[in-house]
Design a protein around this ligand. Structure first.
Ligand SMILES: [Zn+2]
Length: 356
């Protein structure tokens, strides 16, 4: 049987506060507001960072006649977001916005991104311990995107850029996007690639219809796989060797079947028309990947293919793919404590300029 003292201790522990007396109202409040989970590895508190956290800016979306969906993307609901972060042991979210503006003309795109990046900066300034953000950029206008990234970083204190896995059907490796990659490399900031899905109307989009949500379940990781593969095979990563790129969803399928990329050039050398400085799979060791794979074995394999210092934690908040991103990293066998600390937040903190 629980004694009153034990009950109070437990309630106090949950709330993170001490209270005196038989205060059941206090206990109820304590349960509604759980204590912030503090992640500790080998006795040391770790500052955890979620690099894959979505949000939305309604004023910017209105410029394209769009509404925010789901409402949990709104930063006006920041207390819900902070509560989820506290429960899950996430100290800092690196916010990004999935591009919906790639069809916008230059003037609209300029205005939309300015509104959006200003708002992102405001949100981060209101909670500087809990949020940093990736700038949004109008990648369909590559020179403008380069300007927006520079302004985002220098004027608004944003920590990099969030981009789609393609731009109106064009690959990120297309030379037209070189001005953007050159600027990202020059600034030394992280570019977070999040898939846009397969687009429509394409043969693939048609095939992904039906039960199972395949446009997302398969289409999203497939787009990331294609985007990264072109950045490798077209020589973009050779041309901009200082680029820091992080791919969502563990890099999609690429790390799962990476060796086929090497074998392709051995089996059919005439099909690898651009000379590369190293083997295709070796580029995986200079890219970053979020930890959003779903089993310890998948994370172990991702580490084996890319390296323990290439993995950063990602949750996909507010989309409820996982609520156990921290435990996923803590519970994957075969990692050293230093590797777990790096994945939980150490590597992301360095990439995003988050102070300890
Ligand atoms: Zn996502």
């Amino acid at each position: 049987m629980t004694t009153r003292r034990e009950f109070l201790e437990e309630a106090g522990a949950v709330a993170g506060v001490a209270f005196v007396g038989c205060n059941l109202v206090g206990a109820a409040a304590a349960q509604a507001q759980p204590r912030r989970r503090e992640v500790v590895v080998s006795g040391r508190r770790v500052k955890t960072v979620d690099v894959h956290a979505h949000c939305a800016v309604p004023d910017a979306m209105a410029l394209m006649g769009r509404k925010v969906e789901p409402p949990t993307l709104l930063m006006s609901q920041v207390s819900d977001r902070l509560r989820a972060m506290d429960e899950q042991g996430i100290d800092v979210e690196a916010l990004s916005i999935n591009p919906y503006w790639y069809k916008a003309e230059r003037d609209v795109a300029r205005q939309l991104i300015q509104v959006q990046n200003e708002k992102l900066a405001e949100v981060c300034a209101a909670n500087p311990e809990r949020f940093v953000a990736f700038a949004s950029v109008a990648l369909q206008h590559p020179d403008l995107a380069a300007e927006q990234l520079e302004e985002g970083v220098k004027k608004y204190g944003l920590r990099g850029a969030g981009v789609g896995g393609s731009v109106n059907g064009e690959e990120l490796a297309d030379p037209k996007f070189h001005p953007f990659w050159a600027k990202a490399e020059q600034l030394g900031v992280l570019v977070f690639i999040h898939p846009q899905g397969t687009g429509a109307p394409t043969e693939l989009a048609t095939r992904l219809k039906g039960s199972g949500g395949l446009a997302n379940v398969i289409g999203n990781p497939l787009e990331t796989t294609i985007a990264l593969s072109h950045l490798i095979f077209e020589g973009t990563l050779d041309q901009f060797p200082g680029l820091k790129i992080c791919a969502a969803h563990g890099g999609g399928y690429l790390p799962s079947y990476a060796a086929r990329s090497d074998a392709g050039c051995v089996t059919f050398p005439d099909r690898c028309t651009k000379p590369l400085k190293k083997k295709p799979t070796e580029y995986l060791r200079q890219l970053y990947f979020d930890s959003l794979v779903f089993t310890p074995e998948a994370l172990r394999h991702l580490v084996a293919e890319t390296g323990p210092n290439q993995i950063v934690m990602g949750t996909d908040y507010p989309f409820p793919w996982t609520k156990t991103a921290v435990d996923h990293i803590l519970g994957t066998p075969g990692l050293s404590d230093a590797e777990r600390v790096a994945m939980l937040g150490g590597t992301a903190a360095k990439l995003l300029g988050i102070k300890g």
